[in-house]
Design a protein around this ligand. Sequence first.
Ligand SMILES: [Zn+2]
Ligand SMILES: [Zn+2]
Length: 292
Amino acid sequence: MRVGAHVSSAGGPHNVFERAAAIGAEAIQLFISAPQQWRAPSLGAETVAAFRAAHARAPLPVFFHAVYLVNLGTPDGALLERSADSLTRYVRHAGELGVEGTIFHVGSHKGAGFEAVREQVCAAVLAVLEAAANESMLLIENNAGQGNGIGAAFGEIGEIIRGCGGHPRLGVCLDTCHAFAMGYDIATRAGCEAAMAEFDREIGLERLRAVHANDSKMALGGVRDRHENIGDGHIGLDGFRAILAHPAFREQPLLLEVPGIEGGGPDAENVERLKRLRAEVGAPAPDAGGGG
Ligand SMILES: [Zn+2]
Ligand SMILES: [Zn+2]
């Protein structure tokens, strides 16, 4: 189990390794373009070389988070094309940089219902994987269920993956805050057991490739996406003990997307809290040499 964090890539993506080290992060998530804009990332040969050199010195698992505007469930053809194009660029860059995967939100069906957009979503996902043919994964993130979000229920994510023929480069990033807000009571041992049994039935635990470790400002089933620092929300320290003790998370990279104690985003204190909990429940820490 690795305790990692979303880290700023300001000044160039190679800077994430130094920033991760500064807060003790053992895995990294970053954006390679402004997440609220369509402006395409441009990574020249020098940027790629600088990133690869820094990564060789600090061999941690690294993930991209796609831009927030992506919506593969939209009825707007132009927006769908833009979404697929943006994802394709990210996945191509993931291949160039040797990044493990691109985590993305499928989007919203805008009230049409999941069934109405399922085929469109699957076709778009397959088109992205084909247009960006490399080793990197595309990871579907569950959402909190607000705004007709697709993939709040594990069953919908499973249907998308099966609709893509179980493509080997498709995986899942489970966000603890979103799952809890959606009504999966992962904050108790029994609830976490039930939720992960459902995940296994609907998706398959082997598809779980990353975890967004966030506490929730919203109560169980609050259906809104409001992240809180670890232990300070409705999941709480006991809740994270239950989650980290579950075998499904033993070998996962945990990526913090929390507001931070001082409001500056994931910080050393939140990393430290998760590391303490990891030790308490006896989950394995990575070897000093990397790997794992
Ligand atoms: Zn997330
Ligand atoms: Zn969120």
